[in-house]
Design a protein around this ligand. Structure first.
Ligand SMILES: [Zn+2]
Length: 242
């Protein structure tokens, strides 16, 4: 089991990678949960420079959104994270972001369907939370949980995305895969549209891929790139699937 300090390091790294990718800036947050202690580690809210976040800036909170350690307070939309961490044993790592491409599915009329093998993990569907508001209350967090159900992610209308994973490596990989798919959907629209993957095709792919291994490789690759990134906005971004 990773120590809390190790998890803080991983969480800060994950946030910096999302910042490098242009997917996390002024708004958005990432969290990781420790079921044994019921403590949530979460990145600080808007106003912090996500590209430079360090382990000692991670906020430690209980499941009621109350800070129990660390300097700051949990971000405004903490109920997103706490609702999912508390209810789903597989929701250990969560990202709530407003990335440039996957957010398009939260604001356009287009339904999301996977188009690349990496995104077959979203083959069971990515539901839409239809209320155009921030998730600032426990009630709204519960509603989001209901909408996501047992799925890996949700689009949030007029807002952004929430992605759920079993650990931070899987979270990074899955979120990058969703963003990559959204970009390629947009690009293929100029070529007559994408050939989408069916639920059955996604299930067949999922049986063959070893998500743990792939996520580990994604993590190693991106954390190596992040280590030499200049931490300026708009630089350092690299495709998951170039
Ligand atoms: Zn938000």
């Amino acid at each position: 089991m990773a120590s809390e300090n190790e998890l803080k390091e991983q969480l800060a790294t994950c946030a910096r990678i999302f910042a490098m990718q242009g997917m996390l800036g002024l708004h958005g947050h990432v969290s990781v949960y420790q079921p044994e202690t019921k403590r949530v580690l979460i990145t600080p809210g808007s106003g912090s420079d996500k590209a430079k976040l360090q382990a000692d800036q991670m906020v430690v909170s209980d499941l009621a959104g109350k800070a129990i350690d660390g300097k700051g307070r949990p971000p405004l939309e903490w109920p997103i994270h706490m609702a999912l961490h508390a209810a789903r044993p597989d929701a250990i790592a969560i990202a709530h972001l407003h990335p440039p491409y996957s957010t398009l599915f939260a604001i356009s009329k287009r339904e999301y369907q996977p188009i690349t093998v990496h995104s077959s993990i979203f083959g069971e569907g990515v539901p839409l939370y239809t209320e155009p508001h921030l998730i600032e209350t426990v009630e709204r967090g519960a509603k989001l949980l209901e909408v996501i159900g047992n799925k890996r992610a949700a689009f949030m209308r007029a807002h952004g995305i929430t992605v759920v994973a079993e650990n931070l490596m899987e979270l990074l990989h899955a979120t990058l895969a969703l963003e990559n798919d959204a970009l390629k959907t947009l690009q293929t629209d100029a070529m007559g549209g994408a050939k989408t993957l069916s639920v059955e095709e996604c299930r067949a792919i999922n049986k063959e891929i070893k998500l743990d291994n792939i996520a580990q490789r994604t993590w190693t690759y991106y954390s190596t790139l992040e280590a030499r990134w200049d931490h300026q906005p708009g630089t350092g971004r690299v495709e998951l699937f170039p």
